[in-house]
Design a protein around this ligand. Structure first.
Ligand code: SME
Length: 160
């Protein structure tokens, strides 16, 4: 049994250190990208409060294709540059969106989503996937979440 959850009063940077260590332990030595993405989606879901979706989109032949996730069924293919995920994949930059309803082209896979954090995973100078976190709470994500998930993305770069 794995139980990686941080204590309720754990400061966010420490919780993200624990998340990174747990992700490292779960994926170390495992070459299968689907197994690793599935476990990381479950880890994010378990670890982070107030989410309604957590998972991966992979860059395949110039579009984003749904990967392992937790939450409701979601859009399967997203054109590069479209929506929050497409913007992160196209620019290679994290997208921290406090209110998705004011983001041009936002794709509403689930009507309950109000804020979103999308972090690209880079390998060999290109974006290979994005980590997408959605929350029903407006402005759920801040700079500490961004830093923590960017660190996670770098741990995963050669494991997914
Ligand atoms: N809202 C995203 C689409 C993916 S779902 O949230 C799972 C977007 O605008 O890219």
């Amino acid at each position: 049994m794995y139980d990686f959850r941080p204590a309720d009063d754990c400061p966010k940077p420490e919780a993200y250190r624990q998340l990174r260590d747990a992700a490292d332990a779960l994926t170390s030595g495992e070459p299968d990208p689907v197994a690793n993405m599935a476990n990381i989606a479950a880890l994010l879901w378990d670890f982070l409060p107030d989410l309604n979706w957590a998972g991966f989109y992979r860059v395949i032949e110039d579009e984003l294709v749904l990967g392992p996730f937790m939450g409701r069924p979601a859009c399967i293919r997203i054109p590069m540059g479209t929506g929050v995920c497409g913007a992160a994949a196209e620019t290679g930059e994290t997208q921290l969106v406090e209110d998705v309803h004011s983001f041009p082209g936002h794709i509403a896979c689930d009507a309950v989503t109000n804020s979103e954090l999308v972090v690209p995973v880079h390998r060999d100078g290109r974006v290979i996937a994005v980590i997408d976190l959605d929350s029903p709470t407006t402005a759920r994500f801040d700079g500490e979440d961004r830093a923590g998930i960017e660190e996670l993305a770098s741990v995963l770069a050669d494991r997914i």
